[in-house]
Design a protein. Sequence first.
Length: 305
Amino acid sequence: MTAWTLAGATFPARVWTASGCGGTGRELAAYLDLARIGAFVTRTITLDPSDGTPGRRVVEVPGGLLNAIGTQNPGLDAFLATELPPLAQQQVPVVVSITADEVGEYAELARRVGASPGVRGVEVNLSLPAYADDSRLGNRMGNTFQVGKLIGTVRAEVPRGVPVLAKLGPREDAVALARACAEGGADAVVLVNAVPALALDPTTGQALAGSAGLSGPALRPLALRAVSHVHAELPALPLVGVGGIVSGRDARAFLDAGASAVQVGTACLADPTAPVRVLDELDELDELDELDGPVGGDRPEGTPT
């Protein structure tokens, strides 16, 4: 198991959960030892409680899932009171995912989350699929100036030693947005979130889930492309790869493309042990590589050691 140090924080492994796919942590804890994985990334937390998206939320499609969960969460106060303490007590490295509508809300979220015991990092979700259906938020999240400003706001409120990560979608302008995040103070960029997608009921012709995002293996080629492109242009920027990882070989592909760590998401819904299984398979591949001799090229600062 290979540790990874990022901006002064050490994560015990380079395989993490992805935001939204592990519930509160209690759900996965029945199947695996959360302390074994690199980090547990929480569902995205907002300042006020959110009911999320109404109606049907999950649709199985070839190669993955459409999910339209939105930002369902209990709000910051309840999260800090009921969901974070059990994870901290188990000494699970926690990365809290946050999002907001306004800059001031980002500041409050960052200030309170960053100072909370047990928080190892803050992931700023800049790419919720629902943003694609909200012109105001969508335009903001595609604007490099605005994205850099939001990250700068978060970085100013989060203590040093607690890394700030920016989560982006598989956009054509991912390099420009990643650069803006880095210039705003992000310690790493997470690539990629679910891509906005649509499925129709063949009988009614109506959308099966609104404001949905495609995740799972079908997303993997897009995610790998994003990681490869951003790494080629910004080789010093640490990246976390996510998107359709279901095996150690999938994880290795992301590391070879330039990521320093990976997140396992949709696979957890079918196999709750997936994060530790992927970690074990990746370790086995590393052992084989050591027997066969060194492989691969240079990695950015923040590479696992």
